[in-house]
Write a protein that binds this ligand. Structure first.
Ligand code: IMP
Ligand code: MG
Length: 182
C-alpha cells in the first residue's frame, strides 16, 4: 500500500488500512447474521446497494452474509467535489415491488444525512415492512438527523476521505485502503 494518493489537484494520505476495514466489516456482518437469522427463501431480506460509493463495501459484506437475501441497487447523489450540496438527485430509483419487505440500505458513508433521510422517506412511501441502515462510515460530528443508523462499521472525524469505493470527483474509488485529504 502506498502512503500517498494524488487525485486531480489534491493529495491524500493513508488513513485506514484495509485490514482494519475488513475487521470492521466482519463485526457488522456478524451482527446482521444474528439479526436477520429468521429470513427465509420465501421471505428474504432486500439489500439495497447505493451506487456508486457502496459497491466495494456491499461486495465485502455480501461474501459474509449467511441469510437469504436479494441484492438491488439505487443511486442518489448529493455530493459535488468535497462537500454536500444539500440537494438530493435520484439517478437510479429505488427497486419496485418492495412493499412489505425487510430492507437493508447499504451506504458507503453518512455525512450530513441528507441522502439517508431522503432514501428513508422514499422507502416509507414504498410501504416496506422494515428499513434499516448499514453504513461503512459515519461522520458522527456532522450527522444531526433523526434517522436511526442501525449498523455503523466505523466512525470517522469530519474529514474528506477517498478509497474503498469512495471518490473525489469520480476518481480514487479503486483502492483497498482509505485515504484522507492531506
Ligand atoms: P450526506 O447526504 O451528506 O450524508 O452525504 C452522503 C454521500 O456523500 C455519501 O453517500 C457519499 O457519496 C458522499 N460523501 C460524504 N462524505 C464523503 C467523503 O468524505 N468522501 C467521499 N464522498 C463523501
Ligand atoms: Mg454514496
Amino acid at each position: 500500500m502506498s502512503e500517498y494518493l494524488k487525485l486531480h489537484d489534491k493529495t491524500f494520505k493513508l488513513f485506514i488500512p484495509n485490514a482494519e476495514i475488513e475487521k470492521a466489516i466482519d463485526a457488522i456482518a456478524a451482527r446482521l447474521n444474528h439479526d436477520y437469522r429468521d429470513c427465509t427463501d420465501q421471505d428474504p431480506a432486500i439489500l439495497i446497494c447505493t451506487l456508486n460509493g457502496a459497491v466495494i463495501f456491499a461486495a465485502e459484506l455480501l461474501k459474509r452474509l449467511t441469510f437469504p437475501l436479494e441484492l438491488k441497487a439505487c443511486k442518489l447523489s448529493s455530493y459535488e467535489g468535497t462537500s454536500s450540496t444539500g440537494v438530493v438527485r435520484t439517478e437510479v430509483p429505488l427497486p419496485a415491488h418492495i412493499e412489505g419487505r425487510r430492507v437493508i440500505i447499504v451506504e458507503d458513508i453518512v455525512d450530513t444525512g441528507t441522502t439517508i433521510v431522503n432514501m428513508m422517506q422514499q422507502l416509507k412511501e414504498h410501504k416496506v415492512k422494515d428499513a434499516r441502515v448499514c453504513t461503512l462510515l459515519l461522520k458522527k460530528e456532522v450527522y444531526r438527523k433523526d434517522v436511526k443508523l442501525d449498523y455503523v462499521a466505523m466512525e470517522i472525524p469530519n474529514r474528506f476521505i477517498v478509497g474503498f469505493g469512495l471518490d473525489y470527483d469520480e476518481l480514487g474509488r479503486n483502492t483497498s485502503d482509505i485515504y484522507v485529504l492531506d
